[in-house]
Write a protein that binds this ligand. Structure first.
Ligand code: NDP
Length: 451
């Protein structure tokens, strides 16, 4: 990361972040990415630097780290570590998902929580930013083991949550099954059916239509807005989507509905190429029902479908690339391949999946790049809609909720473009998203005084 790019006042902030948070590479990267966009804002509004808004934004309001002991199916005690970083509540209660993955440590949770502040701000909804999780790996664990882990995790975390305090949701490794176990334990300990304390709930116990689909659908709606702003559409476009989890599956579903064809997807063991277009029912059966591996897709699909062990899914030529798996999965080499094969749009369904080197290569090559805090904001936006329904004891239809999601994604898209224009960087979605997200939360922080 070259700090020479940063405005002098922001360089001091970044140096402080590096000093106060040693060894947290992903957090440094996320802060740097936002600060590179804020130079023109600081130049125009010195009050943000003078009231230390940016310094304060980089320091979480509260960080909770706790022990999570649980007993596996063989009767052996297992030990994990739990985290919740309550980053910023200037706009509303802390809001952001929980991730269960062996790679989780404080630096990952802080990068995700930091991103979440700006993403939530961009949605225009009254929600602050936070994130949490554990280094627990649900892969290969029985339902009973996952339940015992979730119950132990929530036995500590419940005291920090509340519909007006902190409202978690899912992320990698946390879907409706895990949310159910955690919500159940919260309800049992508190003796309150407080639907608004979690989002991503099941439809029969307070969940919202479209929440499962929202992040994937929203990312595709965002790309559709980009295409439409240029008089184009998804019709006939080739797309590649990385991952095969929640975000990836519903991104594929919506691309197919809009007339595009997804010719490849992946998991951490490798990727599949299916020139006829991914068979979504088969993929859902393998991934959502059997919790299987992507190689099983190629075996079951047969024909010319190929499984490539390891390797990079970005070697498959495409018009539109949607990284929907994990952070830093698309590096400079992958970006070079995509540019070479003629890819025109890259939109982040995952959080920070493109490395800074990849983002720079896209910018230099004229590839349109939509950052995650804008492109994947549909998930949290629909969580906001779930909170609205819970608060009013209401439930909306699928069509109504999906129409609201599409409208929110359209507004985020327009907000990015207008803001980028206003700050002299037309068409730059990174600058637009960072600046628009920042200004709303910064103004609220100034209004609330030194807290
Ligand atoms: P899931 O756990 O449902 O799926 C994650 C997918 O990514 C799995 O297919 C997983 O494969 C794959 N994956 C993980 N690591 C790698 C890797 N190194 N290389 C290739 N594939 C990999 O998670 P989600 O779909 O919920 O989340 C995906 C991303 O989207 C994350 O970055 C998350 O933060 C972000 N996001 C999610 C939201 C949501 O609403 N769920 C909202 C906004 C952002 P395997 O099974 O082999 O590990």
């Amino acid at each position: 990361m070259n700090t020479d790019d940063l405005h002098v006042k922001l360089r001091a902030v970044f140096d402080e972040v590096m000093r106060r948070n040693p060894g947290e590479a992903e957090f440094h990267q996320a802060v740097y990415e936002v600060l590179t966009s804020l130079g023109p804002v600081v130049a125009k509004h010195p009050e943000y630097a003078d009231t230390a808004v940016i310094r304060r934004l980089c320091e979480p309001e509260r960080q909770i780290i706790f022990r999570v002991p649980w007993i596996d199916d063989s009767g052996i005690v297992q030990l994990n570590r739990g985290f919740r970083v309550e980053f910023n509540s200037a706009l509303g209660p802390f809001k952001g998902g929980l991730r269960f993955h062996p790679s989780v440590y404080l630096g990952i949770v802080k990068f995700l929580g930091f991103e979440q502040i700006f993403k939530n701000s961009l949605t225009g909804l009254p929600i602050g930013g936070g994130k949490g999780g554990s280094d627990f790996d649900p892969k290969g664990r029985s339902n009973a083991e996952v339940m015992r882990f979730c119950q132990s995790f929530m036995t500590e975390l419940y005291r920090h949550l509340g519909e007006y305090t902190d409202v978690p949701a899912g992320d990698i490794g946390v879907g409706m099954r895990e949310i159910g176990y955690m919500f159940g334990q919260y309800k049992r300990i508190t003796n309150r059916y407080e639907s608004g304390v979690f989002t991503g709930k099941g439809l029969t116990w307070g969940g919202s239509q479209v929440r499962t689909e929202a992040t994937g659908y929203g990312t595709v709606f965002f790309v559709d807005e980009i295409l439409r702003s240029r008089g184009k559409s998804f019709d006939g476009k080739r797309a590649v989507v990385s991952g095969s989890g929640n975000v990836a599956i519903y991104a594929i579903e919506k691309i197919h509905e809009l007339g595009g064809v997804v010719v490849g997807c992946s998991d951490s063991s490798g990727y599949v190429v299916d020139e006829k277009g991914i068979d979504l029912e088969l993929l859902k059966e393998i991934k959502e029902v059997r919790r299987g591996r992507i190689a099983e897709y190629a075996d079951a699909r047969g024909g010319t479908t190929e499984f490539v062990s390891g390797g990079s899914v970005w070697d498959i030529p495409c018009d539109v690339a949607l990284p929907c798996a994990t952070q830093n999965e698309l590096d400079g080499d992958a970006a070079t391949e995509l540019i070479k094969s003629g890819c025109k749009i890259v939109a982040e369904g995952a959080n920070m999946p493109c490395t800074p080197a990849a983002v720079k290569l896209f910018a230099d090559a004229g590839v349109t790049f939509a950052p995650g805090k804008a492109a994947n904001a549909g998930g949290v936006a629909t969580s906001g809609l779930e909170m609205q329904q819970n608060a009013s004891r209401d439930s909306w239809t699928f069509e109504d909720t999906e129409a609201r999601l599409a409208e929110i994604m359209g507004r985020i898209h327009d907000r990015c473009l207008t803001t980028a224009d206003r700050y002299g960087q037309p068409g730059n979605y990174v600058a637009g998203a960072n600046i628009a997200g920042f200004i709303r939360v910064a103004d609220a922080m100034v209004a609330l005084g030194l807290v």
